[in-house]
Design a protein around this ligand. Structure first.
Ligand SMILES: *Cc1c(COP(=O)(O)O)cnc(C)c1O
Length: 301
């Protein structure tokens, strides 16, 4: 079976959410509901994987990397199962006594997990040697689908947007920067792309995203002010914002990426960051499953 047949492209609609923001300093805010294309292989994860999966057709195993809360691991495990391939997830950190929901899901789709201490996780070739990786049988996908193949897939995301030219600014969340690199590549040169980093102090991401571009390309920047303490960290104001945003729009967000992204959009509008006639497009790139690690009742959705 092909994963593409399971993706519900029609549900990736663009909704107007201008009224959800405290201040009316911009002309309009739209959101692309990429979170709705599939329940498991949600949002940008499908786009980043799609060209890797094409290459995987004549391979036996798909091997990839991620943290214990990685949506990418789950998406890869699920996709591998659909196309009938074995999968191995190399997980950063010691094996936890209790698996996170993401790890449990990955295992349920048949993924074999290998836990690697944080110190040795960066040493990819050592890890791959230990599991006898062979380029004829195996495809290795970097963490978060990072790399040209992932960027190429992410660039296709903007094909979902009917009136792309009308936007002055496009905003998305940033983890590895793969999606942002694709969005910058596909955006038009007059547009300004802003990535909101879910990771603290990842300054190296700016030159990395640049390295995937060829001139002329859209202007982009990564804002590092809205990580709320770091990757997968949260604050009460973030959780409050996510609940309020849901009450106003009916749109659920996750605390790792899209919650921080929309929080940042609200703050930047308040601070008059955007010229008043701006039309913003926010990309809601999925990953609501991450919220399952929160205590019950913290979120009202
Ligand atoms: C994985 C993920 C991201 C980060 O994407 P990168 O390409 O790694 O920057 C952002 N938002 C959501 C919802 C995700 O699941």
């Amino acid at each position: 079976m092909s994963v593409n047949n399971l993706i519900n492209y029609k549900s990736a609609i663009v909704e107007n959410i201008t009224n959800a923001f405290d201040s009316k300093n911009v002309a309009s805010v739209d959101i692309l509901r990429l979170d709705k294309i599939h329940e498991i292989i949600s949002g940008n994860k499908w786009y980043k994987l799609k060209y890797y999966l094409e290459t995987a057709r004549d391979k036996q195993r798909i091997i990839t990397f991620g943290g214990a809360y990685s949506n990418h691991l789950v998406a890869t495990a699920f996709a591998a199962k659909v196309i009938g391939k074995e999968s191995i997830g190399i997980v950063r950190g010691e094996e936890p006594a209790t698996y996170s929901p993401s790890l449990k899901d990955s295992v349920s789709y048949g993924m074999q997990l290998i836990f690697v201490p944080r110190e040795s996780y960066k040493n990819r070739s050592d890890i791959l040697d230990k599991i006898n990786v062979d380029p004829t049988d195996d495809i290795v996908i970097d963490e978060g689908g990072f790399g040209e193949t992932g960027v190429k897939g992410a660039a296709d995301i903007l094909e979902l947007v009917p009136d792309l030219t009308s936007y002055t600014h496009i905003l998305c969340a940033v983890g590895t920067g793969t999606m942002l690199a694709g969005i910058v590549r596909a955006a038009q040169p007059h547009q300004h792309v802003i990535g909101i980093s879910a990771v603290k102090g990842a300054d190296e991401l700016t030159p990395i995203v640049s390295s995937f571009q060829q001139p002329p390309h859209a202007v982009f920047e990564i804002n590092f002010n809205y990580h709320h303490g770091g990757y997968a960290k949260k604050t009460p104001v973030l959780i409050d914002f996510m609940n309020t945003f849901y009450q106003k729009t009916g749109i659920p967000t996750d605390f790792v990426y899209s919650g921080k992204l929309l929080f940042a959009v609200n703050e930047l509008i308040k601070e008059n960051y955007f010229p008043h006639n701006s039309s913003l497009l926010v990309i809601h790139c999925g990953g609501i499953q991450g919220n399952r690690s929160l205590p019950a009742g913290m979120l009202q959705f």
